[in-house]
Design a protein. Structure first.
Length: 368
């Protein structure tokens, strides 16, 4: 193998695919990046067997060939050569020579035949969504997934595709996020449970534009094709929780309030509760006032926020961190919080015509 390519193009490609290099593995080949030179291109591939990222760049290929380079070193090395024309050449001992300006380096590589093949989705169902809508959908739900392995299905984001909408749901047993976005009309009625880590990487690689992107789903895989980049992820072959049963059917108390004022009040109230790691804040709603209070050995804080209150008075408590995390993803100036009683989950939605985002939080039991 022998080729010449632009250093900036190579550094960008390696930076993208390196996100799929396995961090913990007993198989050394998964710590590498497969590079393949053919037909005037250099194709780079990395996978940890759950997520795979492939990137193609233009190259002046003198001799076709392929090998697996040490991932971490290659990534660190080439990102310092962005202004150079780089020559890569592989000898019979599977050592890759990297020539740049008047200098060169050499890496011992691994056999490309030992590298796993990335699944090709030849018979996939597809849907098309605007790129920035897809990014927004992922951002609004992925943070709510579980981070431990107790219930593996909760480490995934459920995608439900119907004729004209894409619904994403994530939950961790204490809170749930649900977001709905429009898609181009499709006959593909399906669902997929996508590892949140993989979905987040896909979102990061998609630009924040109004261009369409096609998402393909086939049996146990999902893939997205971008400009000369393909991301493929395994799906979780697990049954997701019936999340619709968690959502309250009715509400006895509804509070409408300014988001920024609520967020600032919570941040102050949480200062004391953070000291015992509970983040416990009590909400008392009555006479168009929401009172936020927290107590600890250090002292106590009480915040009052004027609200529009419909329904019954209520006292309830929450881990306030779940509120502060969701508020950063709500764009509207005001929000609506809907309560059933002091032991049932509440619902947070942005006010306005487009309520495409819903957030649910379980309360913490308190003694009145």
């Amino acid at each position: 193998m022998k080729l010449i390519c632009n250093g900036s193009d190579l550094a960008d490609a390696v930076g993208k695919v390196y996100k799929a290099v396995s961090a913990r593995t007993t198989n050394p080949v998964l710590e590498g990046i497969k590079i393949k030179a053919e037909n005037g291109t250099l194709k780079l591939t990395a996978t940890d067997l759950e997520l795979a990222i492939e990137k193609i760049i233009v190259a002046d290929v003198k001799i076709e060939g392929e090998t697996v380079v040490p991932g971490r070193f290659f990534a660190e090395f080439v990102k310092k050569l962005t202004q150079e024309q780089i020559e890569l050449s592989l000898n019979e001992a599977n050592r890759l020579k990297i020539k740049y300006t008047d200098s060169e380096g050499e890496l011992q590589c691994l056999n490309a035949d030992d590298y796993p093949e990335v699944k090709e989705l030849s018979d996939a169902q597809k849907f098309v969504i605007v790129k920035n809508e897809f990014k927004d959908l992922v951002n609004k739900v992925a943070f709510s997934v579980a981070t431990d392995d107790a219930r593996p299905m909760l480490k995934g984001v459920l995608l439900e595709i119907d004729e004209v909408t894409l619904t994403a749901v994530a939950l961790d047993g204490y809170r749930m996020a649900k977001c709905i976005k429009p898609i181009e009309k499709t006959s593909a009625m399906m669902h997929a449970l996508v590892p949140a880590r993989c979905l987040t990487e896909i979102s990061r690689l998609i630009d924040d534009s109004t261009d369409p992107v096609e998402v393909c789903i086939q049996k146990n895989y999902l893939s997205v094709d971008l400009e000369h980049t393909r991301i493929t992820t395994r799906l979780l072959d697990l049954d997701f929780i019936n999340y619709k049963q968690i959502i309250p059917a009715y509400f006895e108390t509804i509070a409408t309030l300014p988001k920024d004022q609520f967020e600032a009040g919570l941040e102050r109230a949480i200062l004391l509760s953070r000291s015992d790691k509970s983040n416990l804040v009590r909400f008392d709603l009555r006479e168009n006032v929401m009172q936020l209070s927290s107590n600890s050995e250090i002292g106590n804080i009480t915040e009052k926020i004027f609200i529009k209150l419909d329904g019954k008075d209520l006292s309830i408590a929450f881990n306030a961190r779940y509120f502060t995390e969701v508020l950063r993803y709500i764009d509207s100036e005001s929000i609506m919080i809907k309560f059933t009683d002091s032991v049932s989950p509440c619902i947070i939605v942005p006010t306005g015509a487009l309520e495409d985002f819903m957030y649910l939080i379980l309360p913490v039991r308190i003694q009145n």
